[in-house]
Design a protein. Structure first.
Length: 266
């Protein structure tokens, strides 16, 4: 990353593990002032301590994306303390491993609350500070299943597809304010996302998906994301061969539905 983002104030949600943690390390090593957020206080503290000797700095600002009631106050207070917010990376979220027919509506709402409403609440709170500061860069994490439906991911897929509409609108409405917007589209990345995915009972799935085990590392994913941010790409693909499914869905939809239909529920 060299010094491209040196001195920038970078806010990262989902910063206590996985891609979020890898991004904290990458930006801190490059000299950025990182604000790290998650609902895992212990995880944030660990990440900050491990980054303490790096060129940049890490400040922990814990909060839960499932509770949007206090987010604006937290953002306003942090923005005043830091002086500005240059980059917002919405990485935090939760996945799902449950058949649609077995998923209670309450679970659909819970996943949507975290992945969609939590993400846009942070974004709406940060946006005025960026505009007042002359601009900024915002990214939101979707998924390849944010571009198509997929077994066991009905609510997750829906929440991620909703983000595309919101952030594309944000880009169109605020390009005049020098607000750059990217949507991150990860495929298979070696993180704990499947371990913490919710079952139809609202419990953690507790298993690593077989395909995910062979995915790119979180550090590699962070490299791909940072490269895309530097190039100001509107969509940043993250992963490896599985990203081919995006082209199959777009250009060979009949083949896509045959492939997806062969996947057996876990």
């Amino acid at each position: 990353m060299k010094d491209f983002f040196a001195g920038k104030v970078v806010w990262i949600t989902g910063a206590s593990s996985g891609i979020g943690e890898a991004l904290v390390r990458a930006f801190a090593s490059g000299g950025s002032r990182v604000i790290a957020s998650s609902n895992d206080h212990g995880g944030l503290k660990r990440v900050a301590e491990e980054c303490s000797a790096m060129k940049g700095s890490v400040t922990c600002v814990p909060f839960d994306l499932a509770d949007t009631s206090g987010i604006r106050e937290i953002v306003d207070m942090t923005a005043r303390k830091e002086g500005r917010i240059d980059i917002l990376l919405n990485i935090g979220g939760i996945s799902q491993r449950a058949l649609l027919i077995e998923t209670p509506l309450s679970l659909d709402r819970r996943i949507m609350e975290i992945n969609y409403f939590g993400t846009i609440a942070v974004t709406k709170a940060v946006l005025p500070h960026m505009i007042a500061g002359g601009g900024g860069q915002i990214a939101a994490t979707s998924s390849i299943t944010g571009r198509f439906g997929f077994p066991l991911r009905s609510a997750y897929s829906a929440s991620k597809q909703a983000l595309h509409g919101f952030f594309e609108t944000l880009l169109i409405e605020h390009r005049k304010d020098n607000i750059r917007v990217s949507v991150l589209i990860p495929g298979r990345v070696q993180t704990a996302i499947s371990l913490h995915a919710l079952t139809s009972e609202g419990k953690e799935h507790g298993k690593m998906d077989d395909g995910q085990k062979g995915g790119v590392t979180a550090a590699r994913a962070a490299e791909q994301i940072i490269r895309g941010l530097r190039r100001n790409k509107r969509e940043i693909l993250v992963g490896s061969r599985e990203l081919l499914m995006l082209k199959i869905r777009k250009y060979l939809p009949s083949l896509f539905f045959r492939i997806a239909g062969r996947i057996k529920p876990m």
